[in-house]
Design a protein around this ligand. Structure first.
Ligand code: SAM
Length: 266
């Protein structure tokens, strides 16, 4: 298996994550660096949060974007109006590009969904020129996402399957401190640096927060759809109670931290 990501529908992804990955793309670009004239590869572009931000943040000469999901590739192509951008379906572990073609290869919220992460990093390194940059960022599911943990901890209290789901979710690849640095070094990258990036996710109300999950979007959404009607109703009520935290339903804001790592190609 080359991807553990669950794609349900592009609009649902937008509400669950696309609107926030657009925010995260900006500090990630600052960390990864970008310069006029460069050729950039966006690995695991999804619906294009990073792809389109790249085009807006420098006078790049070419932006190639790939994703494993045909649904997301179709949506990114539909949204694209920039002739420098080309989007195609491909596997991060087997990139359809020649050696040293790019100045940078970037992956926004992708490596934690690739079981053979080392292979993906090796491929990113292969397609970047000597002196170019490979950079990636992944959420810190265990310690950096209180809004998501509220939902995950609630389903974990409801069933043993929920506890097992929490364990898988909290320890997806690359999420432990220093794990990305180790992988980048193992793949021969130089000057490897790791940092943390923080954005806030701001919700209008409980439905804005929970609706994409209830509709089956993302890993937690997929799990929630496996619950029986009574368990779903309990999960729904308990998550709502945690979201409201004793005040009337309305806007809430959560901090979210991602690990980010970059290295230079030898
Ligand atoms: C959380 S989404 C991030 C999408 C986008 N970069 C963003 O930040 O909105 C994870 C993405 O990784 C993609 N993905 C997972 N495994 C992949 C693989 N082996 N090759 C290419 N893309 C992959 C999924 O299809 C999905 O679009």
């Amino acid at each position: 298996m080359t991807s553990s990501f669950n794609v349900h529908d592009a609009a649902g992804y937008e509400q669950l994550m696309g609107r926030w990955s657009r925010r995260l793309a900006l500090p990630f670009i600052d960390f990864a660096g970008l310069a006029d004239g460069e050729k950039i590869l966006d690995v695991g572009c999804g619906t294009g949060s990073l792809t389109f931000a790249l085009g807006r943040n420098a006078e790049l000469s070419q932006i190639e974007a790939i994703d494993f999901s045909p649904v997301f590739v179709a949506e990114a192509i539909r949204r694209n109006t920039d002739p420098r951008i080309n989007v195609q379906q491909a596997d991060a572990c087997d990139l359809p590009f020649g050696d040293g073609m790019f100045d940078r290869a970037l992956a926004l919220l992708v490596l934690h969904f690739i079981p053979e992460t080392g292979k993906a990093v090796a491929e990113m390194r292969r397609v970047v020129r000597t002196g170019g940059v490979v950079a990636a960022t992944v959420w810190d599911h265990y310690g950096g996402m209180p809004g998501m943990r509220m939902m995950i901890d609630t389903v974990a209290m409801i069933s043993e399957a929920g506890r097992q789901f929490r364990s898988r979710y909290c320890f997806q690849p690359m999420m432990e401190p220093g794990e990305m640095t180790r992988t980048f070094l193992e793949q021969g990258l130089l000057d490897v640096a790791e940092t943390q990036l923080m954005i806030r996710m701001d919700y209008q109300n409980f439905d804005d927060y929970w609706a994409p999950i209830a509709a089956g979007e993302g890993p937690l959404g997929k799990f929630v759809t496996t619950l029986g009607a009574a368990e779903r109703a309990r999960a729904n009520a308990a998550v709502r109670d945690a979201y409201e935290a004793g005040r009337p339903d309305g806007p809430r804001s959560f901090a979210n931290v991602a690990w980010a790592c970059r290295g230079v190609v030898a």
